[in-house]
Each structure stands twice: as C-alpha cells, then as structure tokens.
Write a protein that binds this ligand. Structure first.
Ligand code: ATP
Length: 248
C-alpha cells in the first residue's frame, strides 16, 4: 500500500551547543491524516525531534547537523519557524505556554494572527474550537493564568487549531493531568483528526494512552528509534508491554 507521507524525517542528527549529540540518526514518516506517536522515556529525544521539525531548535542552541526533514517533499531543516508555520505545521509545546494575562478567548485569537482570510472565518473557527472544547467556551472570559492545567492544555491545542494547521506537533499532552482528563484530551485529538483531517505527530511518555489513540508509533531510546510499527502491534509486543506498558 502506498502511503502518502506528509512529513519525512531522514536520519537526522541533532547537536546542542556544538558538542552534545542528542539525536543519533532518527528517521520517521508521518502519513497525511494519521496520528503518529513518538514514544520513549525522559530524555529519549522526543521534544528535540519535534523542535527539529518545527525549527525551534535554533533558539536552544541546537542544530540539525545531518540528515533531512521534508514536508510535502520540500526540505525544511534549514527554514525558520515562521516559514514552517506558513506551510501548515504548528507545534504545541510541552508545559502548555498560554499567555497567563490574556483571557482564554484572547489566547485562542492569538493563534489566528498569521491568517489573512478575515474576521468571519476566524469567528467561525472560534466556534469550531468551542465545539471541540465546550469547557473553553465556559471559561472564555477567564484569565488563562487562573484556569486549571487541563484547561490550559485545551487552550494550547485550541490556539494551534486557530491557525488552521495541516499538521500539529503535540508535545506531551498528558503531562501533569489526571487520567480522566488525559483520556478526554486524547478523545478530542481523535475527533479533530477524524473530522478536520488534521495530521498529528505527538510525543508521549504515557505509552498506554498514546498507543490506544495513535495509528502508528516510534519508540525512541537515547536518541535512536529502537522500534516502530502499527500501534496495535506495539501494544501486543512483549518488550513494549514489559518496558513501556508496565505489565508482562
Ligand atoms: P522529556 O520528556 O524529558 O522532554 P524527551 O524525550 O523529550 O524527554 P529531550 O527533551 O528531547 O527528551 O532531551 C533529549 C536530551 O537532550 C536530554 O539528554 C536533554 O538533557 C538534552 N537536551 C535537551 N535540550 C537541551 C539543550 N537546550 N541543551 C543541551 N542539551 C539539551
């Protein structure tokens, strides 16, 4: 079966501060319309991989020193973050990063600032976001800094949606959230994927939840992909069960 890959990461190496080699030849494919999970423990290189794709490494003194990253066939590894966003790729950072002093609705609207298709379309998308996250509608006039961790995570995803992305790079959406809320957020990611056709590449330490919602997974260890496969195969794999799912 021919797979239409939107994003192709080919054997990349990433070095921080000119000396620290963190990614040691990572390759992965992200098919259009899918949910792809990047799994692995603390420090495995998940965030670094997402930042390499979105162009955010430079601000951390990191650089891609080998390999290529292609989006819709075009090399993007030397583009700056704004150019990459323009092509439809937006990253939701770990730790959420909402503007604390703005209201939820103001935060959502900041996601639309690069758009030039006018106010009516933006208002319509605001309703679309509120449709997926009714909780954000209830909280729209609240200052983001006073909302809960779950609401801020929703706000960060909602803000990304406001730019009408083709692909969302989602870093550790489960971080710091109660299991029930994690489940809710993943359910919403799934419906955004199915109904809006948004492609997701998500980094998760929570292997269990990620493999239930993703179609395909890559497992990173110390900057290398050590295993990959369809999510349902990984869920049944003995090593994955033992080392990542906490059962044997
Ligand atoms: P986490 O879940 O903790 O974010 P991760 O899999 O996303 O883990 P990365 O954040 O990509 O891992 O980190 C991979 C390695 O790179 C770690 O050893 C980390 O210490 C190192 N690293 C990350 N950022 C920098 C930086 N700006 N400068 C130097 N080393 C860094």
């Amino acid at each position: 079966v021919a797979v239409d890959n939107l994003l192709e990461v080919n054997n990349i190496e990433v070095i921080y501060n000119h000396v620290i080699l963190v990614l040691k030849g990572v390759s992965l494919n992200v098919p259009k319309g899918g949910i792809t999970a990047l799994l692995g423990g603390n420090g495995a290189g998940k965030t670094t991989t997402l930042k390499a794709i979105s162009g955010l490494l430079a601000s951390e003194r990191g650089e891609v020193t080998k390999g290529s990253i292609k989006y819709r066939g075009g090399a993007i590894q030397h583009q700056d973050p704004a150019e990459i966003v323009k092509q439809g790729v937006v990253q939701v950072m770990e730790g959420r990063h909402c503007f604390e002093h703005l209201t939820i609705e103001e935060n959502l609207l900041t996601g639309a600032y690069t758009r030039s298709d006018g106010n009516a379309a933006i208002q319509q998308d605001l309703e679309m976001v509120y449709n997926y996250f009714p909780r954000l509608k209830e909280r729209r006039r609240s200052q983001a800094g006073y909302t809960s961790g779950g609401e801020q995570q929703m706000c960060a995803i909602g803000r990304a949606l406001m730019s009408r992305p083709e692909t969302i790079l989602l870093d550790e959406p489960s971080m710091g959230l109660a299991p029930q809320l994690v489940e809710q957020i993943f359910e919403i990611v799934k419906s955004v994927n199915e109904q809006e056709g948004v492609t997701f590449l998500l980094a998760e330490q929570n292997t269990n939840v990620a493999l239930r919602f993703a179609h395909y997974g890559y497992i990173l260890e110390s900057g290398r992909v050590v295993m990959d496969g369809p999510a349902k195969d990984l869920r049944e794999n003995q090593d994955v069960k033992e080392f990542y799912l906490g059962m044997s």
